[in-house]
Write a protein that binds this ligand. Sequence first.
Ligand code: MSP
Length: 647
Amino acid sequence: MKYYLTTPIYYTNAAPHIGHAYTTIAADTIKRMKRMQGYDVVLTTGTDEHGQKIERAALAAGKTPQAYTDVIAEEFQRQWQILGLSVDRFQRTTSKSHAAVVQDLFRRCVERGHVYKGHYSGQYCVFDELYVNDAKPGDPCPECGRPTETVTEENYFFRLSSFRERLLALYDAQPDFILPETRRNEVLSFLKQGLQDLSISRTTIKWGIAVPEEQNHVFYVWFDALSTYMSAVAGEKIHGENLWPADLHLIGKEIVRFHAIYWPAFLMAADLPLPKRIFAHGWLLFENDKMSKSRGNIVRATPIHKVLGTDALRYFLMREVVFGQDGSFSYDALVGRYNSDLANGLGNLASRTLAMINQYREGKIPSSDGDQQIAHTMTECTALALEAFERFDFSKALEVIWLMIGVVDKYIVERAPWKLAKAGEDQSKLLDETLYTAAEALRIITALLIPVIPESAAKIWSQLGCKHSTDDVRIAELNWGHCRAGQALGSVIGVFPRADAKAAIEKMKALEDEELARQQALLGKTKAPEAKAAADGSSQITIDDFSKVDLRVGVVKDAAPIKGADKLLHLHVDIGEEQPRSIVAGIAVSYKPEELIGRKVVIVANLAPRKLRGVESQGMIVAASREGDIPVLASFLEDVPIGARLK
Ligand code: MSP
């Protein structure tokens, strides 16, 4: 049976980092797990190379979009090779085979009456490549908080509004279509607000796939990008079974809407089979902070691979972060887990077990059925771990596997084989049983770990004298009793040498700097597009225009996050009026609510009030953008009274 899973296709506006590696590693882990279950698994990934965001990034780097994306697409492929990820297809949206699939999807939607020509006049967020239908000029994007841009153009529209009921029926019939539950609820509440038709072509940009029989329409980048999941395996079958539909789309939580609403609606419209499941994981943060270029806290995977090995990173990500929730990366935690769980835990169990078999039984697995109590515990724990893997609850599965390691460690200490060996012939049978039990338990533990730490598991596997490749291990081999009597161990070498934390971290940080410099040289220096627009003087205003804007100094009285909107904060700002103003600001990526209380800020006080995420905003807070569109609040060096007007 086939199992087809995908990662998102990553934008080629920036080089790969640990966040992209997180999804792709998780996908690779699932692939290996499904392979163990006997599926013929295909994993695809790729790059999302069209659209306004990439067009601008290329322009800022002084390159053509094609030249720019060629470099970054190659970086992504190189990254997956370095990390040894078992990707079957790498699909680029600039490939010919892909364009044909996008155009075909469009034709099918047109033929079935789900597309019409119209005009879009409204706001657009280039960062998220998202139409923000209910926003007004100057409003921040509800997803990322960056300013939206006004777009007025002729488009093809997709009748998304008419798919609301069918989508609800889909989620109802398949409650696990969107996982985890929190994301499903988010989508349901989004649908409850109703759906508007969606523009699926653009006429004011050129960098995209041409709409058939049109002069100047290119496809909206999400219509193009989502189709990759089909184009990557177009027409392919495994043992007579079509690869499409996908069994799983693995994505980050910020792109759920595109996958759970737009994508199934496009497919329904085209009369094509729907993917079976969407799993949206959480965000990987750096020391609990969002990773961003301007904060200089983006972590890349290659330095970690070079210093501790890819398995250290894989283990850390799958163990430390509860899949589906946000989690934090730090070098300290990485090295800490490496030393405690891998070097001291698994590594130690492997080396002591194998060393004792070498010492007391000349490197051959003794004949025994093993301790039945331990056999029972291993069987029970294996079932629990497999069940957790099946739910993609990797951290739980690993917790159970480390519990198994603890059980075997304790058993070895209690049996004290070194004493049994001294007791000679009398205790020989018990020593056989003890060594067999430790080896067999280690074999099962190692087999369970193949999906998560494939390289290290393969090493322990062959040290145990197991001859077949770990790629060929199947679930049935997790049963007790597969170690053969007389099985000769391979040569035993420590798999996880202990790391000197300070030296390892310094080395990773130094390599990180080198990697950053290498990537920057590849991409060329970037210039902020806003700076260019201001410099050419194309948008001058008069003093009268300016005086229409009522800018006031205020002080933040309180601040709180807004549920379901990662980028937004809800503030109350006192500008000397009877009541403080309620203001929604897209500044959560830069400021924690508690940092803002008592801070003086500048607000646009005469902006018409409007609702964002159900909260009324009676003005706008003034901020500049650093590289990467990270907001920085306008402030004063000297003290200024509350309510003072800026002119
Ligand atoms: N091109 C779109 C996806 C199109 S899929 C048809 C896109 N690209 S992206 O480059 O921004 O990649 C986003 C994805 O990368 C996330 O959904 C997630 O899978 C992964 N991540 C990037 N940074 C991440 C973190 N810091 N943490 C977790 N995942 C991250 O969106």
